[in-house]
Design a protein around this ligand. Structure first.
Ligand SMILES: Nc1ncnc2c1ncn2[C@@H]1O[C@H](COP(=O)(O)OP(=O)(O)OP(=O)(O)O)[C@@H](O)[C@H]1O
Length: 544
């Protein structure tokens, strides 16, 4: 965080300067008032009163102006810092979005993106620079008071240290409050699963659990506020006791002749004013812990290294997997184990296997949404882990199991710059009776599952790239449409890798990769695998 603050050093220094001037002019304003009251009682010449009053006005104006400047600049720095934090967080999330979404709850990421970033707002405004301003103001004030009384200066110093250094240790937050995070996560899941919960009759139970989380969250908030209030109240009490002690000590020094009585009121008002800067410092440790937790959560993803190399030029000749293994974060077992293969240009590959065998995991590794724990994927011999993801994605036509559709038209959802005639022809071939201007609702709610899949397939087929990778593209299609769409897909000159459950159209693929119990156990053409009478043969037999 300090690194980021340093990047804003100009504004940071201006805010510090304005804050210090504002604090010192406030002290000067009240010191001057105290002095003026005492001096006026001694009936000095009128011009003295006039000069003192003019200074009073000057300090008043300087205090207001510097306070405004401080607020303006410090908030500008804060918002600029928050913008940087948001961009950094997004950049650290984006290349690993799939891996993160498969290991973190959606609500958790949402909380980090919103609440944690907002919490960091407090870092600059309440943690980083107020102690520095306070330090400079105290230092300036004490340089002044020491001329009048060393003992009163010492008393102020001790009280200020008590408020800002020793007592805050008491207010140190002991443990991280996770209630808000839990509440946001559960609320997000509740909305996602509302229909399922209602149908299963589980809504009341779920709402009750949410209610409890909301109560815990409120309780945590109240505790935090109570703690902050306690800290400020104690500091306030110390400020008043110090002012009382200054009067007592000052009065004693006046009687002994060590202090001119003219300055007593001034020292009292200085004591009261200087604590105005110290009182908010009581909550610094609380905010410090909160902002540190937020910062740690936000930077938790930064450890993932982002690939740097450019993709070597040339057409895709070979896509290889070399001893790939993958375990999901927080999972003990390997979802994929020691998988190796080579796919050559133009080959049509089907990946099949029982549910949970690891097909989608392999697919996500191939499209770079996951990075293998062990082994490499090689694109023309170049390790894909070292290549910019965007460059690889620019070479791939990808169809996921769940594709997103935007609110708009069919044309907009095809995400293509191809000629209208070409797009219309493809829609017809896919037996989609849509015009390009036809409306598509968000998440394609107005399209059937099969229509959505063919629209997603059209998106892929419109891409002029060397390889198509598809995960269960025909899951919602009947056998006629599956056969028709498979033929259409396999007629493309591209290299094709297709994860599928549909075993009937497999004879059209060049090779079939059989994944069983997280390993690649068989590779071969349909006829060879049937003849071999291995796992594929039995899977095929069971399905008929
Ligand atoms: N996000 C995840 N976290 C932990 N384990 C996971 C995660 N996703 C999948 N798995 C596990 O990894 C294994 C392989 O899952 P994968 O989704 O690759 O199987 P699949 O062959 O595609 O199954 P299906 O045909 O049912 O889609 C499964 O045992 C699954 O439980």
């Amino acid at each position: 965080m300090w690194q980021m603050i340093v990047s804003e050093k100009r504004d940071f220094l201006f805010a510090l300067l304005a804050g210090t001037i504002s604090g010192l002019t406030a002290v000067a304003l009240f010191a001057q008032s105290g002095f003026l009251i005492s001096k006026a009682a001694l009936l000095p010449p009128f011009y003295i009163i006039l000069i003192l009053t003019a200074f009073l006005k000057l300090f008043g104006v300087a205090k207001s102006a510097s306070k405004y400047a401080e607020r303006y600049i410090s908030h500008r720095v804060t918002f600029s810092l928050l913008e940087k934090v948001r961009i950094r967080f997004f950049q650290s999330l984006q290349p690993h979005a799939h891996a993160l979404l498969s290991s973190y709850r959606g609500g958790d990421l949402l909380t980090r993106m919103t609440k944690d970033v907002d919490t960091l707002q407090q870092y600059f405004l309440r943690v980083a620079y107020p102690p520095l301003v306070a330090l400079l103001v105290f230092f300036g004030t004490m340089l002044f008071t020491v001329w009048f009384s060393v003992w009163i200066t010492l008393l102020l110093l001790i009280s200020v240290l008590l408020c800002t250094v020793f007592l805050p240790v008491l207010w140190q937050k002991k443990k991280e409050a996770t209630s808000q995070q839990l509440y946001t996560e559960s609320l997000t899941e509740y909305f996602y699963g509302l229909t399922d919960l209602t149908v299963a009759g589980q809504r009341p139970a779920s709402e009750q659990a949410l209610q409890q989380l909301s109560v815990d969250f409120e309780q945590d908030l109240q505790n935090e506020e109570k703690q902050a209030l306690q800290a400020q109240l104690v500091n306030q009490a110390i400020a008043l006791l110090t002012a009382f002690a200054v009067v007592m000590l000052g009065a004693y020094f006046v009687t002994t002749g060590a202090l001119d009585g003219l300055y007593l009121a001034m020292l009292l008002l200085i004591a009261l004013t200087v604590f105005e800067v110290a009182i908010p410092l009581g909550t610094v440790p609380l905010h410090k812990v909160k902002t540190k937790e937020a910062f740690n959560r936000l930077t938790a993803f930064n450890s993932a290294t982002i690939p740097k190399q450019a993709l070597q030029q040339g057409e895709l000749q070979m896509l290889q997997a070399d001893k790939l293994s993958y375990s999901y974060p927080n999972s003990e077992f390997q979802a994929l184990r020691d998988v190796s293969f080579t796919i050559t240009k133009g080959e049509k590959i089907a990946i099949i296997g029982p549910s949970g065998a690891g097909k989608s995991t392999l697919f996500q590794l191939l499209i770079q949404n996951l990075q293998p724990n062990v082994g490499n994927i090689l694109w023309n011999g170049q390790k894909t882990a070292q290549i910019q993801h965007e460059e690889l994605w620019a070479q791939m036509g990808i169809m996921l199991q769940h594709n997103h559709f935007f609110s708009g038209t069919v044309r907009e959802n095809l995400l293509s710059d191809q000629e209208d005639a070409h797009m219309e022809e493809l829609l017809t071939k896919l037996q989609l009776p849509f015009s390009l201007e036809q409306e598509v609702l968000e998440n394609a709610r107005n399209l059937s599952g099969g229509e959505q899949q063919r629209l997603a397939l059209a998106r892929v087929l419109l891409r002029d790239v060397p390889i198509y990778l598809l995960d269960e593209p025909f899951a919602h299609l009947d056998s006629n449409l599956t056969a028709h769409c498979t033929d259409l897909l396999l007629a493309s000159p591209q290299t094709i890798v297709c994860v599928t459950h549909k075993l009937d159209a497999l004879a059209h693929f060049d090779r079939i990769f059989v994944i069983h119990e997280h390993q690649l156990v068989e590779i071969g053409h349909y006829d060879d695998l049937i003849e071999k009478q291995g796992i594929f043969y039995y899977m095929q037999k069971l399905s008929t």
